[in-house]
Design a protein around this ligand. Structure first.
Ligand SMILES: Nc1ncnc2c1ncn2[C@@H]1O[C@H](COP(=O)(O)OP(=O)(O)OP(=O)(O)O)[C@@H](O)[C@H]1O
Ligand SMILES: [Mg+2]
Length: 264
């Protein structure tokens, strides 16, 4: 479903600020893979998401989605294949527009023509049905401006907008990090439900190791622009935070900045 071949990216090449942020990244995700991504600050996690979404182009290497070469395809043309939710609850939605208007924009990106319904009763019913699955009562607030919603409500809406047009890949970049524990738990649960019910191929960056262990069928750890650990299946199920920290130290020979990593 997603293939990254020999992806490298350097910022400010040939200057004193030169920073090799991605170094020969190779990754293959099968349909339905739910991969949690951990790694210290500056490891290159968000940059990798940006290369997949097309917000950044790699210097070297290829990105393939569903066997299609998309390496040079601009972000807006890739958006039909990719749903994305960011850390900032303000980033995924437009505050001055209503819930219905935000959903309509997300719908206009749908790759399936049948989803591109006009402003009519049928479309509203679809939106209401989708919102009901969040269990937040948002289906009764279609005409409310999104700026008035709480961070958790906005993230739930962002998640819905990112997924209901049936993308091939879902990218989540610390999408629960800005929320209080109860709301983070709610969004984590919604994420688990939506990925399970749609069998969506998902990459989720998190600083919360417990979340990375609890969710998904595969876990990768990044460090200094490389994937240094890739664990899946029964091996992932048996993982613990202690084992992860041990592996990191074994590979890197240094102690992980565990405060932020463990506490999230
Ligand atoms: N546009 C840019 N120009 C120069 N350097 C950049 C740019 N974007 C990111 N970087 C640098 O690249 C490195 C990797 O950044 P990235 O945001 O991918 O890290 P991350 O793993 O997501 O970290 P965090 O956990 O803090 O979100 C960092 O050192 C960052 O400062
Ligand atoms: Mg990041």
């Amino acid at each position: 479903m997603l293939e990254l071949n020999h992806i490298s990216l350097t910022f400010n090449e040939d200057t004193s600020d030169e920073k090799k942020v991605l170094k020969d990244i190779n990754l293959r995700l099968e349909k339905g893979d739910f991969v949690t991504v951990i790694g210290s600050n500056g490891a290159g996690k968000s940059t990798l998401m940006n290369v997949i979404s097309g917000a950044l182009y790699p210097d070297l290497g290829q990105v393939k989605i569903n066997h299609k070469q998309v390496t040079g395809l601009p972000e807006y043309k890739r958006s039909q294949y990719i749903g994305r939710v960011f850390q900032d609850p303000m980033a995924g939605t437009s505050p001055t527009m209503t819930i219905e208007e935000n959903l309509a924009i997300a719908y206009s990106r749908a790759k399936k023509r049948s989803l591109k319904l006009g402003v009519n009763k049928k479309r509203r019913e679809l939106f209401e049905q989708a919102l009901e699955t969040l269990n937040l009562g948002l289906e009764k607030r279609l005409n409310v401006k999104v700026g008035l919603l709480s961070g958790g409500e906005r993230q739930a809406l962002s998640l819905l907008m990112a997924t209901f047009t049936d993308p091939d890949i879902l990218l989540l970049d610390e999408h629960t990090a800005a929320l209080d524990p109860a709301r983070a738990e709610l969004i984590t649960q919604l994420t688990r439900d939506v990925v399970q019910s749609t069998d969506l191929t998902t990459l989720m960056v998190t600083h919360n190791m417990q979340q990375a262990l609890d969710l998904g069928n595969r876990l990768i750890m990044m460090d200094k622009g490389q994937i240094i650990l890739d664990i899946s299946g029964t091996e992932k199920k048996a993982l613990t935070i202690d084992k992860l920290l041990y592996e990191f130290q074994r590979i890197r020979g240094e102690k992980l900045d565990s405060d932020r990593a463990v506490l999230g």
